[in-house]
Design a protein around this ligand. Structure first.
Ligand SMILES: [Zn+2]
Length: 456
């Protein structure tokens, strides 16, 4: 029987024929110099992967954002990506990895995308049960000479970015002072250290996000004892940036670590928390008040893309992962406006990525969530009998949209769910995104597009 991965390998070598040049350039930036293909030293076209992850980006999250922002008949940039399908997300059980865990967490799902291997919840790019470190697409790309970048509006130590540049048994071991659940990895016992220590050691070229608090913790033992991960990064040649207003002034040629918030960054839109009984009249979302040093996800993405593309000359290309993490974090808090604002922010990034891929054939753009989440669009007439908590927004259509959150009690945070997710793609190899896929197939497609690594 022909496996999915064998199908990919036969599709990808023929990629140039699959490029969709006739599709109009989208977005304000990136259209100038269209089709100016990047070249590497060998004179061949560069190969780039831009992976965009919406944390908790399920079909409900996408539909909520479209209804609210554009109206039910509107089209997000995400809607206009030419290749799409569905993606399963299940993780596996720690005690028996041959059995599925139907509801994944962000660590196991990011591991599946980053490594092509399923693991158990809370593990970061380590195998269930055995703890074996699993090579990631970022590491394979880096070792093959590609430039690499990670961007998130959560902490850089959060599960999704962590799974691309670190290996640990428990996702919350963010910093050197948070290692109680990961003793074997602590430098005290000769291990490689916490997530932020490993991330700095991984020599990622561009790191933008929050998590300053973890990067400032003092390393207790080993060769970097007495210093913080930020200090280690500086000593290793990184430019360290703590204010997003400096993003546009960064110049290529030096690795950069930008930490712009103590932990997670501020959502674009202020909270509209669901309640029981349902709140009164429908509301419109309001801009949040953001600390001036915090850049938007779009600003971080634009800067990362500019730096990686400029520095990629003479290399095979680059790998860039950007994550809209607050879709998930605000869904846990039953905050529809917070969720929608981050989804709209991700959609703006999609437009920019697609414009870059149009101008630079050989670039694959993939947009996918890591797991489904709580919100359901329900009939406002029945909000009073909904067993969960609800909020009602006035959409771009001028009508009410009621969102229900009902995966936990009112007093505990809302939970992930196990449905398959939409996945969409554009550019080199994108035609392989079709039908029902799995997160592990995303790894295989990225590796095949970059022509690197141990494809499973
Ligand atoms: Zn979550």
């Amino acid at each position: 029987m022909t496996t999915w991965n064998e199908v990919l390998r036969t599709i990808v070598p023929g990629l140039p024929a699959l490029l969709i040049g006739a599709i109009a350039c989208v977005g304000a930036s990136g259209c100038a110099g269209m089709r100016a293909t990047q070249q590497n030293d060998a004179g061949t076209a560069q190969r780039n992967v831009i992976l965009l992850i919406g944390d908790g980006l399920g079909a409900s999250a996408i539909t909520m954002a479209r209804n609210y922002h554009l109206g039910a008949g509107g089209r997000l940039h995400l809607d206009d990506l030419p290749h799409s399908g569905f993606c399963t997300t299940y993780s596996v059980r720690e005690d028996d990895p041959t059995k599925p865990q139907y509801v994944t967490d962000s660590a196991a799902s990011a591991t599946a995308i980053a490594t092509g291997r399923k693991t158990s919840n809370h593990r970061v790019s380590t195998a269930a049960k055995t703890g074996e470190p699993l090579p990631t697409i970022l590491e394979l790309a880096r070792d093959a000479g590609f430039r690499t970048g990670l961007v998130t509006d959560a902490s850089l130590a959060d599960a999704t970015p962590a799974a691309f540049a670190s290996h640990i048994n428990y996702r919350w071991c963010h910093g050197p002072r948070m290692m109680s659940a990961c003793p074997a990895f602590s430098t005290i016992f000769g291990g490689p250290g916490s997530i932020v220590e490993q991330m700095v050691a991984a020599r990622v070229d561009v790191l933008f996000g929050g998590g300053e608090g973890s990067f400032e913790q003092t390393i207790p033992a080993g060769e970097h004892a007495g210093r913080s991960a930020l200090q280690v990064a500086k000593a290793a040649g990184y430019r360290v940036l703590r204010d997003g207003r400096g993003l546009s002034e960064l110049t290529p040629g030096q690795p950069v670590l930008g930490v712009f918030a103590e932990e997670n960054m501020t959502p674009r839109w202020a909270a509209s928390l669901a309640s029981f009984p349902p709140p009164g009249a429908p509301v419109r979302c309001r801009e949040a008040s953001r600390p001036s040093r915090e850049p938007t996800l779009v600003e971080m993405f634009d800067s990362a893309l500019r730096l990686l593309a400029a520095d990629a000359s003479g290399t095979p290309g680059f790998f860039l992962m950007a994550e809209a993490a607050l879709i998930d974090k605000r869904a846990h808090a039953a905050d529809a406006c917070g969720q929608i604002g981050d989804t709209i922010e991700l959609d703006a990034v999609v437009a920019r990525a697609r414009a870059f891929a149009y101008a630079n054939p050989g670039t694959l753009v993939i947009v996918v969530g890591d797991h489904d989440h709580t919100p359901q669009i329900v009939d406002p007439d029945f909000a009073r009998v909904n067993p969960g908590i609800t909020t009602t927004l006035e959409t771009a259509d001028g009508v009410p949209m009621t969102i229900a959150y009902a995966t936990s009690t009112f007093t505990f945070k809302q939970q992930h769910t196990g449905a398959q997710l939409p996945i969409a793609a554009y550019g080199a190899g994108a035609a392989a995104v079709a039908g029902r896929m799995d997160h592990t197939d995303v790894f295989a497609l990225m590796a095949a597009t970059l022509r690197i690594g141990a494809q499973p």
